[in-house]
Design a protein around this ligand. Sequence first.
Ligand code: NAP
Length: 525
Amino acid sequence: MTLQGKQLIGAQAVAAQGSPIHAVNPATDERLEPAYAAGGKPEVERACALAWAAFETYRETGLEARARFLETVADEIEAIGDALIERAMAESGLPRARLEGERGRTCGQLRLFAKVVRAGEWLDVRIDPALPERAPMPRVDLRQRHIGLGPVAVFGASNFPLAFSVAGGDTASSLAAGCPVVVKAHSAHPGTSELVGRAVQRAVARCELPEGVFSLLYGSGHEVGQALVRDARIKAVGFTGSRGGGTALMKAVQERPEPIPVYAEMSSINPVFLLPEALAARGKALGEAFVGSLTLGAGQFCTNPGLVIGIKGEGLDAFVAAAGEAVQASPAQTMLTPGIHDAYSQGVDGLTQSSQAREVARGPAGDGPNACQAGLFVAAAADFLREEALQAEVFGATALVVECADQAEVTRVAEALEGQLTATLQMDDGDLETARGLLPILERRAGRVMANGWPTGVEVCHAMVHGGPYPATSDSRTTSVGSAAIQRFLRPVCYQNLPQGLLPEALRDGNPAGVSRLVDGKREA
Ligand code: NAP
C-alpha cells in the first residue's frame, strides 16, 4: 500500500494544512517520505464529533459483534504483511525479530480483549432484587452494570510502534470497553501508524460500525494533543511517554470544565534489590544477567532496570565487576529517535559530571548517528539519598548501582524511591526474612514485585499489573497491560426499579445475555 500522509478521520483520509512531519530513520538520519501535514483544531473537531456520534451505538454493540470487531482489527493488521515490519524497522531502528514479536503481541492483545468482551465479566453485573416485605424498610430493586466512559484520546508511544501505539493496549482496551478512540500518532513512526490506522478503518467498515469508532490524527508541537484532551467529547486519555508530557496532559484535563481521567504511564527506574545470600552465592552471574536486561532494546523499555541496590562487600564487588565487563562488551544499538538519543546523552552526561556518581564502565560508542552507548555508574547510598537528581530516569541502557552500608540503609533507600512500575528481588532461600521486611515497602512503591527475574518482558495476561504510583503512572489503581486494563474506561451505572422492558439486556430477569452475575450476593453461573 502506498502511504498517503493523510489524517484518517472516520472513514475518510483527509489532507491537513499544517507543517509537514517526516519520519527519520534513526540508523541513518535519512528523512523518510511521505510528509504528514500536521492537523490542527479542525481535524480534532471533526474526529471528536464523529467519535461522539458513534458512541451511543458502539457502546451498545452486542458482546459477539464487539469481540468480532477486535478480531477483525487483528486480522487486518496481519494482512498488511511484511510492509508493516519494513516500515516500522525504517522508522524505529528496531530489528525485524523484535517488531515481528511486537506485531504478534499487538494482535494477541486484541484477541485477548475479544475473549474478555465475550465473557462479559467486565460488565460486573450485580442484582439486588426488591424485598417489599423487608422490615422495617422494604428494599427497592437495584441492578448495576458497567458502561464505556465515552470517546478516548490515545497517544501512541515512541518505544512500541505497534504494541503501545495506534492499535496497542490503550486502543484495544478502550474499544473493548465500548469507547470510540481518537489516536494522536507519535511523530516518530507516522507511516507505521498510517498502515495500522488503515487496518482499523477497514475493520470498522467490514464490521459495519459507525465510522467515528476510530480516527487517527497527526501533529507535533503539542497543538493536536492539547486540543484533543481539552475537547468536551473526549472522556478519558491513555498516554505512554515522558513525565513532562504526561503531567502536562494531567494539568490540561484539570483545567477543563469537566475534568476526566488521564491514564499516563511516564517514568520508572525499576529498582533491583540484590539480597545478601544471593549476592554472596552468585554476584558475578547476576551482574552478567543484569546487563542482558539493561541493554535489551537499547534500554528503551519502560521496565528497564535503571537502579540496582545492594550491601557493599565482596558479592556486590563481583556483581559490579561482571556487569562492568558485560557493559563494555555490549554493542551500541540504534535508539528510536534523535530526540530520545539526545535526552539519553544528557542523562548520561549528568551522571558523568555528578560528583556523587562514579563511572564503572561504558560500552562501545557505535558508528551510527543515534547509537546508544551503554553505561554503568556507582553511587554511595548516602549520596543517593541526598541527591534527588540521581533518581531521574535515564531512558536507555544506563544504570546506577547504589552501595549501602547495611540492611537498614537498603530500607532507607527503598523508602526514598519514587513510584515504580516494578521492583525486583534477587534472593536465595536464606534471604527470605530480609525480603519479607522489604516487601511491604515495595508493595507501596511499585505495581509489580518480582523475585529472581528481570523486569523487561511484560506478559499480556489477566494477572499483570503494568502500573504503579506516580510518577510511574498518573493513577496507581489501574494497569495499562493485561485484561484488567479495560477497567480504566468503564464506569458503573445503577438502575433502580426500572421496568424489565427498559433494563439493558444483561440485567433482565432470566439472564438473556448469558453473562456471569452477582444476584443477591451469590454468583450465578
Ligand atoms: P513525549 O515527548 O512525552 O511525547 C509523547 C506524545 O505526547 C507525543 O505525541 C507528543 O505530541 C505528546 N505530548 C508531549 N507533551 C505534550 C504536551 N505538553 N501537550 C500535549 N501533547 C504532548 O515522549 P517521547 O517523544 O516518546 O519521548 C521523550 C522521552 O519520553 C524519552 O526520552 C523518555 O525519557 C520518555 N519515554 C518514557 C517511556 C516510558 O515508558 N517510561 C516511554 C517512551 C518515552 P507532540 O509531538 O505534539 O509533542
